[in-house]
Write a protein that binds this ligand. Structure first.
Ligand SMILES: Cc1cc2nc3c(=O)[nH]c(=O)nc-3n(C[C@H](O)[C@H](O)[C@H](O)COP(=O)(O)OP(=O)(O)OC[C@H]3O[C@@H](n4cnc5c(N)ncnc54)[C@H](O)[C@@H]3O)c2cc1C
Length: 590
């Protein structure tokens, strides 16, 4: 049984189904069909899904510092009043948020993701070795960076065949040359023409001697045999099908529903139950025996467990395990807490970048989001020269403000907490100010982002909130997280690199600023990782190298929770590759 149908759940399901095993997949969210899958030809996805479900609401969760604030419910996230995440803010007060929910829908976060599908570097998987004995690390007065760094129990070479297989089955476009990540097979489809606005990024990277490549994106540009999908004859049309943060009505963005699950949906040994919310697991000693869930009508159901794979995205997977432990303290609880580490070492990414206004307007409704990437700042020599513990990927975004109608409400917003704020506090965005705002943000703004490893810290953690309950009476996830001083140093260096790219972008480019998420605890972000890290020592990890919970014979975690370090790139391709690897390990045991 697999719980969750996103990046962690689906590839593993495919491995087992293709090998002839019976797989039941329980998914909390609904199944949203593409145009071609729907009998009336209309996609279940709407372009305004972040705001889709009705009028403005007020937060009513007792005890929250943001009680009474307004929000718009989305049809791919829980209603905040029903099931929020709670984070402890810099002022020590608790706030409710939908941050950290990737998307509660068949396909999970891959339905809304930007599709940036980069591999991690070999060094990302061996940061303890890379940093051993170093005395040159910036802003690390207590030596925590080296102390907390962990090598993954699998090497890049061991993971590599699964990266290649993930790239084949998911369906990506991009280019390989100039990447710092070795590959044994080539499955990229050719990229489309870059958006004209990206030429300043190409010019800046070239001026700085940064070897660039076309960003691998999970969007098919040619017919894709593994999933049976076909593309429109006019390839430029593909650009209108896909936008970061939105579901793709055409099914060309390679979310796990269209690329992996739909093609096997009619297999007799596979059953997908959507709108089924798993509430807790039950064990009998070292075996999980039952999985409890709510069916689409809210009724309580129980299924007997064979092998159980949890893949609810890191925060919700940890929450599910914590809730299962709380329901059976002496049994499940004692086993799952044997290392004392469940929930600890929660990670996101060091993230930030720079933006500029370019002289010529571009049509950003026709975009595949990210055109150019560079691994320049992931190279070991560069990382050492800068006194950093790890590097990161840099790539540009074109679609960050591509859809004026919805995003007009999100003045300067790239994350969901800000979306609540809309125009609050900026009364200049009316009349001509509004026209200028649209002109600058939606036609002429270009940004360059970095994505890099966050320092692992035991106190960054997921707990069960002591008082806030979801609408079924279960404790909600409580996210306690801060940045390390080395994180801030790393973000400053990388933001500066992004700024340099734009400053060298050519004549007429107006640099408008750079920054990072450092200092913003509220930005829990879309990349939720760690909390149940894998390793070789049961005292130092929650999962064994095959992502099996140490104290259970038949319990696996296959989403981003397994990561002991968060990698210098967007995580989903690595989650998918690892899911295939865990699936292969499971085949040997079933
Ligand atoms: C707007 C946005 C943009 C992003 N862009 C990128 C990008 O460009 N590149 C990249 O690499 N990553 C990106 N991400 C992140 C990416 O979506 C996640 O890394 C990835 O989906 C995580 O995989 P997962 O398996 O951990 O969780 P998910 O893919 O989210 O899957 C978890 C699934 O479990 C289900 N579930 C949760 N709880 C339960 C329960 N109790 N019972 C049953 N089912 C449950 C959920 O409904 C969900 O479908 C983005 C995310 C967002 C939101």
């Amino acid at each position: 049984m697999i719980i969750g149908s996103g990046a962690g759940g689906a590839p593993l399901a495919q491995t087992l189904v293709q090998a002839g095993h019976e797989v039941l997949m329980l998914e909390k969210g609904p199944l949203l069909r593409t145009q071609s899958q729907s009998p009336d030809g209309l996609s279940d996805f709407k372009r305004d899904e972040l705001f889709a479900t009705g009028a403005e609401k007020r937060l009513k969760v007792p005890g929250m510092a943001n009680i009474g604030e307004s929000f718009f419910s989305s049809h791919v996230e829980p209603d905040l009043n029903d099931e929020p995440h709670v984070y402890r803010d810099t002022d020590g007060r608790d706030r409710a948020t939908i941050e950290g929910y990737t998307a509660q829908v068949v396909g999970g976060g891959t339905q809304l993701y930007g599709g940036v599908s980069l591999r991690f570097t070999p060094d990302d998987l061996r940061l303890a070795t890379f940093n051993a004995g170093r005395t040159d690390l910036r802003d690390d007065p207590r030596g925590e960076v080296e102390r907390e760094a962990r090598d993954w129990p699998v090497s890049y070479d061991e993971l590599e065949p699964f990266y290649s297989e993930a790239e084949r089955i998911v369906g990506l476009n991009g280019t390989r040359s100039n990447q710092e990540k070795p590959a044994s097979a080539e499955h990229y489809q050719p990229p489309l023409e870059p958006n004209p606005i990206s030429k300043v990024v190409a010019a800046g990277m070239d001026a700085l001697g940064m070897r660039r490549y076309r960003t691998p994106l999970a969007v098919i540009t040619r017919d894709h045999a593994p999933s049976g999908r076909t593309v429109p004859a006019d390839h430029e049309t593909i650009k209108t099908a896909f936008v970061n943060r939105y579901g793709d009505a055409l099914g060309l963005k390679s979310n796990t529903w269209v690329s992996i699950l739909a093609p096997m949906a009619s297999s007799l040994n596979f059953e997908l139950r959507a709108n089924c919310n798993v509430t807790h697991l039950e064990s009998d000693g070292e075996r999980v025996t039952k999985v409890h869930y709510r069916d689409p009508m809210g009724g309580r159901r129980v299924v007997e467990a064979g092998t159980v794979v949890v893949a609810c995205s890191a925060i919700e997977s940890v929450r599910l395990l914590l809730l299962s432990g709380a329901a059976d303290l002496g049994g499940f609880g004692e086993r799952i807490h044997s290392s004392g580490l469940l929930g600890r070492y929660f990670l996101t990414h060091c993230f930030g970048g720079a933006s500029a206004i370019v002289p010529e307007r571009a049509d950003k409704s026709r975009t595949l989001d990210s055109d150019w990437a560079t691994d320049h700042c992931a190279r070991a020599e560069w990382v050492r020269e800068q006194g950093l513990w790890a590097g990161g990927a840099i790539y540009n975004n074109t679609s960050d403000a591509a859809l004026p109608i919805s995003l007009a409400r999100t003045w300067q917003a790239q994350d969901m907490d800000n979306i609540w704020k809309g125009y609050l506090g900026d009364t200049s965005i009316v009349g001509p100010g509004f026209e200028d705002y649209l002109d600058q943000n939606f036609g002429r703004r270009v940004s360059v982002s970095f994505m890099a490893n966050q320092v692992a810290q035991p106190d960054n953690r997921i707990e069960l909130h002591p008082t806030v309950r979801d609408k079924w009476g279960r404790a909600v996830a409580y996210v306690i997280k801060d940045w390390h001083s080395h994180d801030q140093a790393l973000m400053d260096v990388l933001a500066d690199q992004c700024g340099e790219i734009l400053r060298r972008g050519g004549e007429g480019v107006q640099f408008s600023g750079q920054g990072s998420v450092g200092g913003q605890v509220s930005r829990i972000a879309n990349h939720v990782l760690g909390g149940a890290r894998f390793g070789t020592d049961p005292k130092d990890s929650v999962l064994d190298p095959d992502c099996r919970a140490w104290e259970f014979q038949n319990l696996y975690v296959a989403d981003g929770a397994f990561m002991p370090t968060s990698g210098g790139a967007n995580p989903t391709l690595t989650i998918q590759a690892n899911s295939l690897r865990v699936g292969r390990a499971l085949l040997g045991r079933l």
